[in-house]
Design a protein around this ligand. Structure first.
Ligand code: SF4
Ligand code: SF4
Length: 315
């Protein structure tokens, strides 16, 4: 994976909630999604819809694997991506922890073969094909383009450092849609307003776990203080490397990347593009402070020119 391009021009944000004006903000909360243990059950998608009253979607098969929702949308705030990867004979697929250690079955990502049941041998014999599964979600960026461009204040930074849209204030202008470097936020057809994951603001505010993380049977989705999640994720990557999964890498965890790091980050088993994620996301409003400074200098120069011209004309 390409290393994130350092952005020395972007100030490192220690705590976006404090920067947004929250006094005595609690620890920043977030998601760590470990895709190596995702089994694609979609309990997260269902729990999210049920708790948040998100309209039904994904009732039509897309004809492209078991992925029936296709992408994050206004009506899919969690999207479980199914990536089917053929592996040429003789080139082993990435070995998951379950394959390597023989413990458990939750990390077997291979696709059942075409032979009749019982004649395919062990899971190791099915390494010509693997599934990668990932429950995608809003990244709750440290530098959130959606929030920067919202003209009504419908999008705001919570005390937990998350990014939430208030549907009663959203006017449906759609500026946020094009400002999101991940293509997450979306307007709902027939409604026009923007919708996305709130990291269950109503639940975490009373000490509950977000619905998706609560429902995930394999703890692929972990919720907690972001600092703790980052430590846990680094340990998990090291463990996977030791166990023969060198492909394991983190995505969105680095505060020095183009969005200042994500509040929802991932452990991936392949390049981010394989999962439909941008390799080096950049907040599109990164140049705004510099532009405003230059506009200010230009305005001052014009005002000074006008004063000089006025005084010159009086002589
Ligand atoms: S991922 Fe997109 S919608 Fe979510 S906070 Fe970042 S910019 Fe906003
Ligand atoms: S609930 Fe957990 S295991 Fe099931 S699809 Fe979602 S992330 Fe994967």
């Amino acid at each position: 994976m390409a290393e994130p391009v350092p952005r020395p021009d972007l100030p490192v944000t220690v705590d976006p909630a404090t920067e947004a004006g929250w006094v005595d903000a609690p620890p920043r909360m977030g998601f760590f999604t470990d895709t190596s243990v995702c089994i694609g059950c979609k309990a997260c998608e269902v729990a999210c819809k049920e708790w948040n009253g998100v309209p039904t979607s994904g009732l039509d098969l897309l004809g492209m694997s078991y992925d029936n929702t296709g992408a994050l949308t206004a009506n899919s705030w969690r999207h479980v991506a199914f990536v089917e990867q053929p592996r040429p004979a003789g080139q082993p697929a990435a070995r998951t922890e379950a394959e390597t250690t023989g413990k458990g079955s939750t990390e077997f990502l291979g696709m059942p073969g075409s032979a009749p049941p019982g004649r395919t041998g062990s899971a190791h014999g099915r390494s010509d094909f693997r599934w990668l599964m990932m429950s995608d979600v809003c990244k709750h960026c440290t530098r959130a383009g959606c929030l920067d461009v919202c003209p009504t204040g419908a999008l705001f930074r919570t005390e937990f450092g998350t990014v939430v849209v208030q549907e009663d204030i959203c006017n449906g202008c759609g500026y946020c849609v094009s400002a999101c470097p991940y293509g997450v936020i979306d307007r709902r057809a027939g409604d026009g307003r923007a919708w996305k994951c709130t990291l269950c603001y109503d639940r975490i505010g009373v000490g509950m776990t977000p619905a998706c993380a609560q429902a995930c049977p394999t703890e692929s989705i972990q919720y907690g203080p972001l600092d703790e999640l980052r430590e846990r994720a680094a340990t998990r990557v090291a463990t996977l490397h030791e166990r023969g999964v060198p492909e394991a890498r983190l995505y969105g965890h680095d505060p020095a990347d183009g969005v200042g790091g994500d509040g929802a980050f991932f452990l991936l088993l392949d390049e981010p593009e394989v999962y439909g994620l941008p390799p080096d996301p950049q907040v599109p409003t990164r140049d705004l402070p510099r532009m405003w400074r230059r506009a200010g200098v230009a305005a001052l120069a014009m005002a000074a020119g006008a004063v000089v011209a006025f005084l010159g004309g009086r002589r």
